[in-house]
Structures are given as C-alpha cells and as structure tokens.
Ligand binder design. Structure first.
Ligand SMILES: Nc1ncnc2c1ncn2[C@@H]1O[C@H](COP(=O)(O)OP(=O)(O)OP(=O)(O)O)[C@@H](O)[C@H]1O
Length: 674
C-alpha cells in the first residue's frame, strides 16, 4: 500500500497540475520533484490548511455584521432567526395554499424548503449555543477576535512548514536536475564543446537550472497555495449566493485568454534573455581564459565594449520580459477590480431594491440580507488577494518553464557515440589495432580522413607525422572513440570499436595531449586522476619515470601535497607535460597515445623522458603524434599523413628518400638543432 502510493504519487501530482499549461520538459522536472513525495504530500496538506484557515477567517465577517454590530448575543440571534424562520414558514405555507398550482408555486416551495432547513439547523445548534457561546455582544466580539488570532497563528505555522517543504523539494530538484544534466553533458559528442569548454552548457547548468528551481518553488509554493485560497473564497461566496458568483465571474474566461497569450510572450522573451546570458558566459569565458592575450594586445577596452554590448542586449530582453510580466499583473488586477465592482453593483442593487432577480434572471431565492452581501464581498476581496499574488509569480513560473525547455534540450540530445546493446569483449592485451579504409568528416567541416588503412600490432610504437590539418589528431580521436567514422572501421583485434563498451576501451588507454589539464587539487591527487586507487608509492614511481619527481620535491612548497590551480601554485608548460605523462604512466595502459605530449619539454629533459618512454613502451602499443624529429627516434615505424590519407610509412631512412614532407620535417629539425 505504502509502496503503491509512492509509485503512483508522481502521476497523481501531475494529473492535478495544469498539464495543458506546462511544457513537456517542465512536466518531467515535476516528475523529478515528485520523488520527494512525502514532502509533496506535506505541501498539499499545508496548502489546503492555509486555504481553509484563510476563508474561515473571512467568514468571521458574517457574525461581526449580523450579531456584534447589531448589538445582539449569539443566543439572541439564533432565537430571533428561529422565530423569523417559523413565521416565514407559516406565511409561505399560507401563500402556497392560496396560489395552488400557478407559476409562482415552484418558487414558493423552494423558499419554504430553504426556510425549513434553516429553522432545522438553528434548532439543532440552539442547545449548544445556549451552553457554550458567549452571552453578550462584547463576549461574542472577543470570541470572534480570538478565533481570528488563533486561525492566523495556525495559518502561519502551516505557511512556515509549507515554505520549508517547498524549498526542500525545489532545492533537491535543482540538485537532481544538475546531476542529470552534468551526467549527460559529460557524454555529449566532442563537437558540442568549444576550445574553452562550452559556455552555453555552463549557462544552462547554472543560470537555467536555477531558474527551473525557482519555477518549481513558485509552482509548489504560491501557485499551489494561492489558487487553493482563491478556490476556498469562491466556495465561500458560492455558499452565500452561487448565481451571483456566476454572474460576476463572466469576465474570467477573458482573463484566461489574455494570460495564455501573455504566458507565451513571457516564455519567448525569457528564452531570448537566457540565450543572451549564454552569450555573456561565452564572452567571459573567452576573456578570462585568454587574459594573457588581452593584456599583451592591450584590448581591455575592446573586451569591455563587447561585454557592455552583451549586457545591454540582455538588459533589453529582460526589460521586455518585465513588460509582459507587468502587463499580466495589471490585467489580473483590472479583472479583479472589475469582478468586485460588478459584485458590489449587482449585490447592492439586490439589497437596496429587495429583489431576487436581475435582468429577468433569478439570482436568489429570497432577498439578500446585508450581512450576506458583506460576506459575499469579503470573499471576493479575499479571492482577489491570491489572484494578485498569482499574477506576481506567473512570470517566474513561465521563466522556469522556458528554462526547463533549454535544460531538457541537452538532456534529450542524441549522441553519435552510443554504447552497444550487446557489447563484445577483447582480451587484454589486444593483438592489433586496425584502421580499415576509415573515412571521416566533422559534422561542421569538410572530409578530413579519406580512407585510412593502418595495422598496429601490439608492442609496436608508431609515430604519426604530417602537415597541420592533415588529420593526425582526428585519427587519435577515432582510436579513443570520441566519434565513429562515417565509413570503414577502427578495430581492436577484429572487433570494431563501436561494438565495445567505451568504458572498457578507454580503460586500456592513456591519452596525453599538448594542453595539459590541471585540476585545483594537490599534485598527488592530480597525478591520481583517472586512477584513484593508486598508492602513494605508485604515484612517486610514475612521477620518477616522467622526470617529474625532482621538480615536485625541490621546486614546489609542499612537494606532492602542493595545491595547484587558481589560488595555488602555477607550473610551467614543460612541468605540466611531465605531470600529464606521469598520470598516463600511472594508469598502466595497453595503448599509450601521445599527441604532441613532449612539445614543451626542454631538450635535455626530453632526452631523459624518451629513455623512460622507451622502457615504458615495451610490451605496449604506442601512438605518437609529433612535429619533432627528435621524438621519432622512439618509433618502430613512422606514418606520414597528408590530406587525410597515409602518404607514406616506414623507417626514418626510407622516408628520408621517399617522402618530401618527411624530408622537410627532418631538415627543419636539423637546422633548428644547429
Ligand atoms: N571539431 C572539429 N570540427 C570541425 N572541424 C574540425 C574539428 N577538429 C578538427 N577539424 C578540422 O579537421 C582537420 C584535421 O584536424 P586535425 O586536428 O586532425 O589535424 P592535425 O593533423 O592534428 O593538425 P595539427 O598538426 O595542426 O595538430 C582540420 O582541417 C581541422 O580544421
């Protein structure tokens, strides 16, 4: 039973939320919110309690007007009401006997039934009121005021509980959504990321998720509480005079129509503002990551102008959003005033003239009493307060809905690199890496690889050389399965990489690129990245192998415990590359891929690192991309790539004779060395 409730709760909640008004992504966010179903029940119950107490407080107007201000006690009021009802019953029975079966008889019978019910309930209440109700008007006033104060205090307690539950659910939903988004973002295809990461993803993860959280908080908070208060008041008003209520609510469909149009406009404007925020994030990201270039080029003023322009665009878009928001608020207020004015006009007319009909339509069975009309107005005024508050938060909800669309757009994105349904396995170590007529084009670019055929047996180290843009890094990307080729296959033994689990594939590899990523952590933890279980001794062994141990011990303030990053120690390019190599060694890979990994290391250290690499690569597959002829000495075989094809392959001596690019590469190196 408990579990069944738990399972059904999200659907139940979604069924009662205004499904038509929500976008699908936002409904999915609500599903996430409903995981905290206990708190959700708390929100619903406390909102109901608030609504009931709100309308109960308003209903205190009737005894105030009819009893206290008329200078009576409750007993006197009940006694008089019973007498009046009894007299009216006799009168009505008489009239009914006189009218026989004519057209007024039906109406008279209604009135008689009403009076009889009223007299019955007063008679039931009479002994209790005689026993417990205050005996004087002042005592009654005191009782009403006590009721108001206690009611308000209870409402406050319910409100505090409600707000805490709402914050809990909204906060946890934001965390869940952020995790969901980040999990997806980490698996997105590489072309979704720019050189400096993706500012758009950052904006969606931070700004948009916060807006979704705020939207959820609005929906579960005010958007649940206030409509319930409003409904409570309308039910109260319907008790007093249902037909009059229907008459004055004729303007509401118009309000619904206007709000629907405005909601759409607010969502669109919000989306545009969020897109501009993404641009701003991008601009800031570029500026901060390129701060050296900006300083060196004296382009601070240019960057400031760019940011100012972006900020103004965002400001104008936000202004537009605020305009629609104000319009929504104004419309609701206008409709509220119109409704109350209509009610006062119609109710006032009925009381002043003692009539029961308006424009030929029967509004009440019997003429309205002054107290009833006051109560009716009070309920309408009580209903207009939640309506105003709803209008205040409406745009916040629309913004949340628009933000949910943007967040879910990423969560729902299809990846080109997919996990196989029935993954194959390849024994470790593999025997061969094969590229079979591999053709590849980036989604936004021209054909890069035009039929690559390669065979790299396990234990061999190959160097890939070639002019800029010839496709060397793309080959490595395909080997790591960052993307799949459009034609041909990259295989481990005979198994295409897309039939292996990417996790299993990448476990066998270590990739060291030219740009080393250093985290804001200690040097030791930076080395352990990707291999968290490594012992301290293993870390030191790997660092020694990469010739990093010496500088870590002697040139950093706290050795392996030195923190790196923004507030920590900075390393030189060469030192960072040594860290990256050590990190790769620690992973103990079957395939070591070095993409210009030693380009910033000085020649003396490079010689030593090459020695270490030669040892390390024994019994492993090595793939090195390099522009440096000195590194080529490590390779068993050199492959020259030109315009996306294997232009030549062989040993240094052969290629010196057969390939022009290779000759020029070695020629430059020799000249540089000289
Ligand atoms: N993400 C991408 N989207 C579109 N085109 C890309 C992308 N990455 C690379 N390219 C293009 O693919 C081609 C090959 O790039 P690749 O990085 O593989 O060359 P490379 O041989 O490694 O070059 P370099 O020696 O300069 O590092 C280039 O023309 C490049 O502009």
């Amino acid at each position: 039973m408990f579990n069944c409730l738990r399972r059904c709760f999200p659907d139940l909640m979604l069924a009662v939320t205004m499904k038509g008004l929500m976008s699908r992504p936002f409904s999915r966010v609500l599903r996430i919110a409903c995981r905290r179903w206990g708190a959700m029940i708390g929100i619903v119950v406390s909102s109901l309690a608030i609504a009931v107490l709100w309308s109960a407080n308003i209903s205190a107007v009737l005894p105030m007007v009819d009893i206290v201000f008329a200078g009576k006690s409750v007993q006197e009021y009940v006694d008089e009401s019973i007498q009046a009802s009894s007299a009216r019953i006799i009168e009505l029975e008489q009239q009914l006997a006189d009218h026989g079966d004519d057209t007024d008889a039906g109406q008279l019978r209604d009135q008689l039934a009403r009076q009889t019910t009223r007299a019955y309930w007063y008679a039931v209440a009479q002994p209790y009121i005689a026993g417990y109700a205050p005996a004087t008007p002042f005592g009654t006033l005191l009782a009403i005021l006590s009721f108001l104060v206690i009611g308000t205090a209870l409402k406050l307690i319910a409100l505090v509980a409600n707000m805490m539950w709402v914050q809990y659910v909204a906060g946890r939903t934001s965390i869940d959504l952020r995790e969901l988004f980040f999990r997806k973002a980490l698996h997105l295809d590489l072309d979704k990321f720019g050189e400096n990461g993706s500012a758009d993803l950052t904006a969606r993860l931070t700004n948009d998720v916060s807006l979704v959280g705020a939207g959820v908080s609005t929906l579960l908070g005010k958007m649940t509480r206030e409509p319930l208060k409003l409904i409570g008041c309308l039910i109260g008003a319907a008790f007093v005079c249902p037909r009059l209520l229907l008459l004055v609510l004729v303007v509401t469909p118009l309000l619904g129509l206007v709000m629907q149009k405005l909601s759409r406009a607010i969502r669109l404007a919000s989306r545009r503002a969020m897109e501009e925020m993404s641009q701003l994030y991008g601009m800031l990201n570029d500026s901060f990551s390129g701060i050296r270039l900006i300083k060196a080029s004296n382009t601070q003023a240019f960057e400031r102008a760019r940011l100012r322009q972006g900020s103004f665009t965002y400001y104008y878009r936000s202004l537009k959003m605020e305009f629609y928001n104000t319009l929504a608020r104004g419309t609701t207020e206008m409709m509220g005033i119109t409704t109350v004015s209509l009610a006062i006009l119609a109710g006032g007319y009925l009381v002043l003239t003692g009539r029961t009909h308006l424009f030929g339509l029967q509004i009440t069975v019997e003429p309205l009493q002054q107290g009833q009309v006051f109560l009716f107005f009070s309920f309408l005024i009580g209903a207009s307060d939640p309506a105003r508050k709803l209008a205040d938060v409406w745009s916040g909800l629309q913004r949340g809905i628009a933000a949910a669309d943007r967040v879910m757009e990423i969560v729902d994105q299809d990846n080109r690199v997919r996990e196989p349904k029935h993954a194959k396995t390849v024994a470790r170590p593999h025997t061969v890496v094969q590229f079979d007529d591999v053709q590849y084009r980036y989604p936004s670019g021209p054909q890069v690889l035009r039929g690559i055929d390669l065979n790299i047996p396990h234990g061999e180290t190959v160097a890939i050389v070639g002019p800029n843009g010839s496709g060397k890094s793309t080959i490595v990307s395909l080997l790591c399965r960052f993307d799949d080729p459009q034609a041909g296959h990259v295989k481990l033994n005979d198994v295409p990489l897309n039939e292996l689990r990417t996790r299993d594939l990448r476990k066998r590899m270590a990739l060291v690129t030219q740009q080393t990523v250093v985290f804001e952590e200690t040097i030791e933890n930076n080395l352990r990245y990707g291999c968290p279980a490594a012992s301290h001794d293993d870390v030191i062994r790997a660092a020694k192998l990469a010739f990093a141990d010496d500088f870590i011990r002697n040139k950093t303030p706290h050795g392996y415990q030195t923190r790196l990053g923004a507030d920590g120690m900075r390393l030189s390019g060469g030192q960072m590359q040594r860290l990256a190599l050590a990190r790769a060694f620690l992973r103990n890979p079957d395939i070591l891929i070095l993409d210009e990994a030693t380009s910033q290391i000085d020649l003396e250290s490079e010689r030593l690192i090459h020695q270490a690499l030669r040892q390390f690569l024994v019994g492993r597959t090595g793939v090195m991309i390099t522009h440096r002829a000195s590194t080529l000495a490590l390779a068993d075989r050199i492959i020259v790539i030109e315009q996306g094809r294997v232009a030549a392959e062989g040993h240094h001596d052969e290629l010196q004779h057969t390939n022009r690019f290779y000759r020029s590469l070695c020629g430059n190196e020799n000249r540089n060395a000289a």
